[in-house]
Design a protein. Structure first.
Lengths: 282, 283
């Protein structure tokens, strides 16, 4: 087992006017090699949750285990944890600070103690993976467009070759092609290397297309946990908590209501098209 | 008179070396002619780095053209005497909300814009309340903006511009961090402003679903406008859109996939009801 959360609670600014109980008794187990999606309304606790996974935030109560060992144990190597559980923040452009793009992406591997040569090799690979054009490698990260900055930030984490990759809204602000390219690349890495991927996203379509399992957060609590088909079957409940099913799921429900012989649990275009064609041929 | 009108608009960023010396230029906008009618809803699409934000920043004179001209409500943005008028006419929601949140309390932040415009105090509070309600953030009015989640901050930034009641609102990816419900709410709030106050809306987005109701769609590519038309015209040209790194709404994509598999569906289906009706007719 890769990561386990046991009865985790987190309270922001306890005892002040800003006190907010952001995580409520969350228990969760994530196996090595899973591709997990986390969805939930704005403010439901997703970012708070994932910042616990690499020890950046410490639970107010409860426990977290990485590969069987409690990360709150005395003397636990947090630095190592942070290179194994790579976290790409929600606004990763704030993590960019070096003089140029390549140096910025080298920062992580350099911290892991790799040689300059290895750092650069990893950095170049990672930048290529996220589709960042080589002609901008020596540009200052501050002089890039929003989507370009985001690619650099993702490359910065990939360059460390983490075992667990946690992405907080990685595709917000990416153009459609870029969104597909990056998610395809991550999916490929996941399949190739067995890397665990945890993806926070507000795009129900992206979630349905890539993940094996969805965890739904609502007001700090874990509300649902299952396969995309299982979770999106609860689309009415999801709507009540600010979410939705992918567009195609709604189409299928409408068709079923109009008397089509379809299963109505499709969550991707492929599944929906298969189901519709079958109903026409029967 | 057009709300926005540009002729051969060009903008070049300076390229600098480590010491800050200019070593060249990067042409982000390259000869853009654009017309936006008052009260219309216009969407701008385009790949990352295609020049959308640079164009948007010309609409409230954060940037002034290095070539050509842009007029906002008839005012040339290059004219320093018009700067205040231009900023008052066109309100902007930036791509990253953290760049524009200034107050230490949400309601203060939202009230800041109208206050600056000299709106009377009673009216300010009314606007603050209305605009926070319209983005679903009224219960956070006393909260501190920097302690909000990403999506919550974005909603506050939108409320801030709504409260200024500009004639024209430029939204640069306002929904990028919002949940599905929040995205719908923002688009609805903007639509309402247009209906009730005839506000012109310019929306930059990477979500194809959000532009279905636009009057016109512009697609940018490397500083140029390469496609222009109604959503139905634009989304009928799936293959061309792909060349520009764009996409179509998921419903349009499903219809396209079914066409490929032999169903005789019309091109340019945008809404789920349209697809369902078309499939019912085929049965
Ligand atoms: N520094 C802070 N101090 C106090 N409360 C906070 C702080 N940061 C976040 N919160 C609150 O904690 C709750 C959870 O926030 P979190 O950022 O985890 O949400 P999220 O699910 O990631 O939302 P989004 O989809 O908008 O990014 C929210 O109600 C938020 O207002
Ligand atoms: N401050 C700056 N200095 C120099 N070049 C810049 C600056 N800001 C943007 N650019 C460059 O100008 C071009 C257009 O950028 P712009 O931000 O307008 O793109 P965009 O279409 O908004 O992209 P995105 O979808 O990623 O937000 C890009 O090549 C970018 O690298
Ligand atoms: Mg978040
Ligand atoms: Mg932009």
């Amino acid at each position: 087992m890769s990561i386990a959360l046991e009865h985790v609670n987190y309270v922001y600014s306890p005892g002040t006017a800003y006190e907010r109980h952001a995580l409520k008794d969350v228990s969760l187990e994530i196996e090595q090699g899973q591709f997990v999606g986390i969805i939930g309304h704005t403010g439901s606790g997703k970012s708070t949750l994932i910042q616990h996974l690499n020890g950046l935030m410490k639970a107010t109560s409860g426990n977290i285990y990485y590969e069987g060992q409690s990360i709150y144990e005395e003397g636990y190597d947090m630095k190592k944890l942070r290179t194994q559980v790579g976290l790409v923040f929600q606004y990763p452009e704030y993590q960019l600070f070096e003089v140029d793009v390549l140096t910025d992406v080298c920062f992580g591997p350099k911290n892991q103690g790799l040689s300059q040569e290895e750092c650069e090799k990893n950095a170049r690979e990672a930048l290529e993976l996220v589709g960042f054009p080589e002609k901008y490698y020596r540009q200052s990260p501050f002089e890039l467009s929003g989507g370009q900055k985001r690619r650099v930030a993702i490359a910065g984490i990939l360059a460390m070759h983490p075992k667990v990759l946690v992405l907080d809204e990685p595709t917000a602000g990416l153009d459609p092609k870029g969104r597909d390219e990056i998610l395809d690349q991550i999916d490929h890495l996941h399949k190739e290397t067995g890397m665990t991927v945890i993806l926070v996203s507000h795009s129900m379509e992206d979630i349905a297309n890539y993940v094996d399992r969805i965890v739904v957060m609502n007001r700090g609590e874990k509300m649902l946990d299952g396969t995309p088909r299982e979770v999106f079957a609860h689309y009415k409940e999801l709507e009540k908590v600010g979410l939705a099913a992918p567009q195609v799921t709604y189409v299928m429900h409408d068709l079923k209501e109009r008397g089509f012989d379809v299963a109505a649990d499709a969550t991707t275009i492929e599944e929906a098209a298969d189901d519709i064609m079958r109903s026409f041929h029967d | 008179m057009e709300m926005i009108h540009s002729e051969k608009l060009v903008y070049e960023y300076d390229k600098r070396d480590e010491e800050g010396n200019v070593i060249g230029t990067n042409r982000a906008i390259d000869g853009v002619d654009i017309d936006v009618a008052p009260g219309s809803f216009v969407a701008v699409l385009g790949h990352n780095g295609s020049g959308k934000s640079t164009l948007a920043k010309h609409m409230n004179a954060i940037l002034v053209p290095t070539g050509g001209t842009i007029w906002v409500d008839g005012k040339d943005t290059k004219d320093p005497a018009e700067l205040w008028n231009v900023r008052q006419t066109a309100g902007m929601v930036f791509q990253n909300p953290d760049n524009q949140i200034i107050g230490t309390v949400v309601e203060e932040d939202v009230g800041f814009g109208p206050e600056n415009l000299g709106v009377p105090t009673d009216e300010i509070w009314k606007r603050v309340e209305d605009s926070l309600r319209s983005v679903g953030m009224l219960e956070y009015r006393k909260a501190s903006p920097n302690k909000l989640s990403g999506g919550q901050k974005q909603r506050v930034a939108i409320a801030g511009v709504i409260a200024m009641e500009p004639k024209c609102i430029v939204l640069d990816e306002p929904t990028a961090m919002l949940d599905p419900n929040g995205r719908r709410e923002v688009i609805q709030a903007v639509e309402k402003l247009r209906e009730e106050k005839n506000v012109t809306v310019i929306l930059i987005t990477h979500y194809m679903e959000e532009v279905i109701d636009a009057d016109q769609v512009f697609v940018m590519d490397d500083g140029h406008i390469v496609m222009h038309g109604t959503p139905r015209e634009i989304f009928s040209r799936v293959d061309e859109l792909k060349v520009y790194r764009m996409d179509v709404p998921q419903v349009t994509m499903l219809a396209e996939e079914l066409r490929k598999r032999g169903l005789d569906l019309p091109r340019g289906i945008l809404r789920r009801e349209e697809l369902v009706e078309a499939l019912c007719r085929l049965r």
